[in-house]
Design a protein around this ligand. Structure first.
Ligand SMILES: N[C@@H](CCC(=O)N[C@@H](CS)C(=O)NCC(=O)O)C(=O)O
Length: 204
């Protein structure tokens, strides 16, 4: 498989999963400099001009959550994705899609300093609604985590959601609530998370 990526991009989250799956030898990582992403050569691969982008057996997979879900399923024997007939599969997908959709949209708007009043006016059509809902949803999920989101076993959803939450706390978009700490500190113990700079900084 080829993974088109950039060290300063969200694509680095894929490398956490690659490490957790122990499939480093299956991935050829190709660095795409930002200035090349909208050049014809790369647009032939991903017309969105974005990374990450995975090519497996001639199929192009963009969207970081899709790449996560795809790899965790492809290497299902590693136990990071609940099986299709496992009732936990629904909760797993919910966390993946929440992190990719509403949480990312919330982070983007906050990062752009869109005024709260404007967000309030559009809350019915914004995928995250409003800030309190995002916090309440995350708090409930992390309080109910036992110790991981789906129970005893870690899944790719813990890694994906965890990474976004850690990044949002680092950017001061989310507060580092006490309810988040046990979950984040558990993730922080994983070898794959050791190189994540934001994690170090929020725990300092
Ligand atoms: N929807 C895509 C977005 C990917 C994305 O925005 N990647 C950024 C880096 S974090 C990028 O490639 N930006 C290059 C550009 O827009 O020129 C995903 O979630 O994977």
């Amino acid at each position: 498989m080829k993974l088109y990526n950039n060290i300063q991009s969200r694509g680095m989250t894929v490398m956490l999963l690659v490490k957790e799956l122990g499939i480093e030898d299956q991935i050829e990582e190709i660095n795409v400099p930002y200035e090349n992403m909208h050049q014809a050569e790369y647009l032939k691969i991903n017309p969105m001009g974005k990374v990450p982008c995975l090519i497996d057996q001639g199929v192009m997979i963009s969207e970081v959550a899709a790449i996560f879900t795809y790899l965790a399923d492809k290497y299902s024997e590693k136990g990071l994705a609940p099986a299709l007939d496992d009732p936990k599969r629904g909760a797993y997908l919910k966390w993946m899609f929440f992190a990719h959709g509403p949480l990312t949209e919330f982070m983007d708007l906050k990062g752009l300093n869109v005024p709260d009043e404007q967000i309030e006016q559009r809350k019915r059509s914004l995928t995250f609604g409003h800030e309190e809902s995002v916090l309440a949803f995350l708090k409930k999920g992390m309080q109910e985590a036992n110790p991981y989101l789906l129970g005893e076993k870690i899944s790719a959803a813990d890694l994906f959601l965890g990474y976004w939450v850690i990044f949002a706390i680092y950017l001061k978009i989310l507060p580092y609530l006490d309810e988040f700490k046990p979950f984040i500190q558990l993730l922080a113990q994983r070898d794959s998370m050791k190189g994540v700079p934001w994690l170090q900084k929020i725990n300092d």
